[in-house]
Ligand binder design. Structure first.
Ligand code: DX5
Ligand code: ZN
Length: 229
């Protein structure tokens, strides 16, 4: 995984057909997805429940790009090795999920993965000030986590603060929640480079009609890059 700040689209398979993850992953990757975003929810840190390390391990052979695993679970530390074994490339933990995010990020890197830290909308940019050298990705939630298809919450001033705090460090800024062609330009202009999108990628398409995924991905990317068709 090399580092660059070009716009990367990371479809969230939370909006895929849950009975057909393998083909769904192949379809989005063949249609231009840069990363595959996997939302792990525990019914405790967030009110919804998705899948755990055994399912993520089963996704691994289908993911040819970057497997980006977003943990919405608490606690995190007891599960880090399981997600390393499942083959996560990036493992992101919420700063709100426990008192020891510093240790968690160290443990994620020690297990051989890129370490991400996610911030809920109510958490300020300054919360990561002491973590910038321990993290490879900061995920700015633009919805309260738990569900796909929610309305975008404007976090552009937080993104700008983070971009300036990061400076030259090789740290991605990822945006998660309500990203579509209308909101992508705002977050890209503020300094984000990884755009997660669930409903805006999967809407209207299917594994039998994957071109729709391609058009949706292209529309988000073009909007983020300031290309107006
Ligand atoms: C929300 C998840 C997101 C979600 C995004 O808790 O972390 O990744 O799937 O979905 P959309 O793009 O539909 O807001
Ligand atoms: Zn997510």
């Amino acid at each position: 995984m090399s580092f660059d700040r070009s716009i990367k689209i990371a479809p969230s398979i939370l909006s895929a057909d849950f009975a057909n993850f393998g083909q769904e992953i192949q379809a989005i990757e063949s249609q231009g997805a840069d990363w595959v975003h996997i939302d792990v929810m525990d019914g405790h840190f967030v009110p919804n429940l998705t899948f755990g390390p055994m399912a993520v391990k089963a996704f691994r052979p289908h993911v040819k790009t970057v497997m980006d695993v977003h943990l919405m679970i608490a606690p995190v530390d007891p599960y880090i090795d399981a997600y390393a074994d499942a083959g996560a490339d990036v493992l992101t933990a919420h700063i709100e999920a426990g008192p020891h995010i510093h240790r968690t990020l160290q443990a994620i890197r020690a297990a051989g993965m890129k370490a991400g830290v996610a911030l809920n909308p109510g958490t300020p940019a300054e919360a990561v000030a002491q973590l910038l050298d321990l993290t490879d990705l900061i995920c700015v939630m633009t919805v309260n986590p738990g569900f796909g298809g929610q309305k975008f919450i404007d976090m552009t001033s937080k993104i700008r603060s983070l971009r300036s705090m990061i400076g030259d460090r090789p740290v991605h800024i990822e945006i998660d929640g309500g990203v579509d062609p209308s909101t992508a330009p705002l977050v890209a202009e503020a300094g984000a480079d990884v755009l997660v999108a669930g409903s805006a990628v999967f809407k209207g398409g299917s594994v039998n009609d994957p071109d729709v995924y391609g058009a949706n991905i292209r529309n988000i990317r073009d909007a983020a890059n300031g290309v107006w068709a």
